[in-house]
Design a protein. Structure first.
Length: 276
């Protein structure tokens, strides 16, 4: 059964991960936001990642699983991950940490390579900009798992959210994540939306192939419109009309309800091609 058909409700993964699914399904959130609770086996303290929306039943469920929370960590600033972060941290008596200082509360920002140590749990911060400029992943090496935020989704592929997202950074981050797999430090991916992905190498390789194919399609669409990448001005991503024209060509077979998100990615792709 393909990942697209697998029912997803969260659950326990590895010895240290527990996913509580938030009740906020949608086009952009898939089944909903995955709130991850990370805890060393037998320990009484945990890290809660992406508390998600302000939904009392969801937060009650997270609190029931999490026990004593040492820190709330957010993978990036989007509201479906962060809306409940501060209120949940207040409830649990801890702070909020993220790469962006504006997302932090009573705690310092996390930094690349930092190891979050909680009652024997070791979680390494891996900065992975691309989807957004403040996107981070978290390596739980003892479980061979990389918690990916929105950089990798359990179904489909992620959106590069122009102008905050950047395609060049995205490619670099996917390569960085892939190197963790090559080095034997990660084998599975724990995304912020959709099912866990046990074959990390294949998924990350697919992400690169897919994005390169989309770039080729964007270049072909430009050709149909009488343009080449060399003719694109540096500020092409801000053009009021061209990105939509490209979307209508490249995403002609995609439901129009997804075209707004597609246009974000096309703007990022045009900016990448203009600067290449």
């Amino acid at each position: 059964m393909s990942a697209a058909l697998v029912p997803w409700q969260g659950g326990e993964y590895g010895a240290r991960g527990r996913c509580v699914l938030a009740p906020n399904p949608g086009i952009m959130t898939l089944d909903g936001t995955n709130t991850w609770i990370l805890r060393e086996p037998g320990a009484d303290r945990s890290i809660v990642v992406d508390p998600g929306p302000l939904h009392d039943d969801h937060l009650d469920a997270v609190a029931a699983v999490a026990g004593q929370v040492e820190a709330v960590v957010v993978t990036h600033h989007h509201l479906d991950h962060t809306e409940a972060a501060r209120s949940f941290a207040e409830r649990m008596g801890c702070g909020v940490r993220g790469l962006d200082p504006e997302q932090c509360w009573r705690s310092e920002p996390i930094v690349d390579g930092e190891v979050l140590s909680v009652a024997g749990l070791q979680v390494e911060v891996v900065t992975t900009p691309g989807h957004t400029s403040d996107s981070v992943s978290l390596l739980i090496e003892a479980d061979g798992a990389l918690l990916t935020g929105d950089m990798v989704l359990g179904r489909g592929t992620t959106v590069i959210v122009h102008p905050d997202g950047d395609l060049g950074s995205y490619f670099d981050s996917i390569a960085k994540m892939r190197s963790l797999v090559t080095d034997g430090r990660a084998q599975s991916l724990w995304p912020a939306h959709g099912p866990v992905l046990p074959e990390a190498a294949a998924v990350l390789d697919h992400y690169v192939v897919h994005r390169r194919e989309r770039l080729a399609q964007v270049e072909a669409a430009l050709s149909r419109l009488g343009l080449t990448p060399a003719q694109l001005p540096p500020d092409v991503a801000e053009d009021p009309d061209l990105p939509r024209q490209v979307v209508e060509v490249v995403y002609a077979d995609v439901d129009e309800s997804l075209w707004v998100a597609a246009e974000w990615s096309v703007r990022a792709q045009l900016a990448y091609l203009a600067g290449r």
